[in-house]
Design a protein around this ligand. Sequence first.
Ligand code: ZN
Ligand code: ZN
Length: 412
Amino acid sequence: MTAVTVNGRSYQMPQRPTVVVCIDGADPEYFTDGLARGILPALQRFREHGVYATAQAMIPSFTNPNNLSIVTGAPPAVHGISGNFFLDPETGNEVMMNEPRFLRAESILAALSRENARVTIITAKDKLRRLLGHGVEHGMCFSAEKAHEVTRAEHGIDQVNDLVGWETPEVYSSELSAFVMEAGLRLYEQQRPDVMYLSLTDYIQHKHAPGTPEADAFYRMLDQYFSAFDERGAVVALTADHGMRDKNDAIGRPCIVYLRTLLDDWLGVGTTRVILPITDPYVVHHGALGSFATIYVTPEVDVSQVGARLRDVPGIEYVGTRTEASQRFALPADRIGDMVVISDHTTVLGKAPEDHDLSLLEGGLRSHGGLGEQMVPFVLNMPVHEAYRQRLNVNLCNADIFDFALNGVALA
Ligand code: ZN
Ligand code: ZN
């Protein structure tokens, strides 16, 4: 077998070790800014000799939907993961979308592993681990967050802390991502897996804008790892699940539209249910405030009338019905509400003031979820075939990264 077909696309078996990194929340501005100041030498080399482009992330520009799009090569309508969090229509409960039972498509990683490619997946946060590792045979899949808990039976590896030589880092730290890169490099040197997928955390990007000392230190660290993989002969492919934007007003207070407060006021308490799919256990990042929301309404509510009113609210960029939004953004219609609301690049959406602890957002809010955070880097350390080069400017998305890394690279 020289290729596998996954979700309608064909992927060649890896010709040489391939390392795909999802730099969570890596707005292209971090790269542009770092390159302009000459602090990212590996990236500079990739730009000169390989591919340096931007691509679109899936909407909602959140972590789980986009990580799954990257590893399946398909939009949320195909893989089924519409957010980090959703209203399960079967139970009526609001739940995390962390479980493989929510997945509707196979991943490229699973398909390659079935053909005996050796696959290693390392994530920063444990919330993604089971989704990313689903269907992967005789490979490894573990998170930095729970590195100390790994077992050979469940994760395909044990003693990760000994391997890396580090304790398990704090979850709210840049070290969590560094741990992923270090573990990846050690395993690369020891075992040369055919394919690695390394998925980081956006803690730094939520807290530190491009050009700040913390962001510089983080990207310099990553650049050294990119260089290390490059020097060891890997195909290195970099993208992100979403960008990141400042969401504060002129005096540094978060710009928030509280949807439930508005809707309760317009329609009466209890007629609507607002779901914020950014919600996850890592609230220090964002206080559950992002730029995408879905709304469930009771049958008597006139969706088009509410939509028209919401469109007039300052800071709201898009309002669509379930049908419109699922078509426009390739979302699974049964996993979004009756309406989808997206706020603009400076604004986030909340439920009501009492639902969000703004004291967690010391230093202001940087977040994502909307169209303003849709651009992401798309970088490879090696040149690609002409047919691929031509695709760089045409509807390129982060879900194309495995196609480029496995099929597009022009190996010498
Ligand atoms: Zn993310
Ligand atoms: Zn985030």
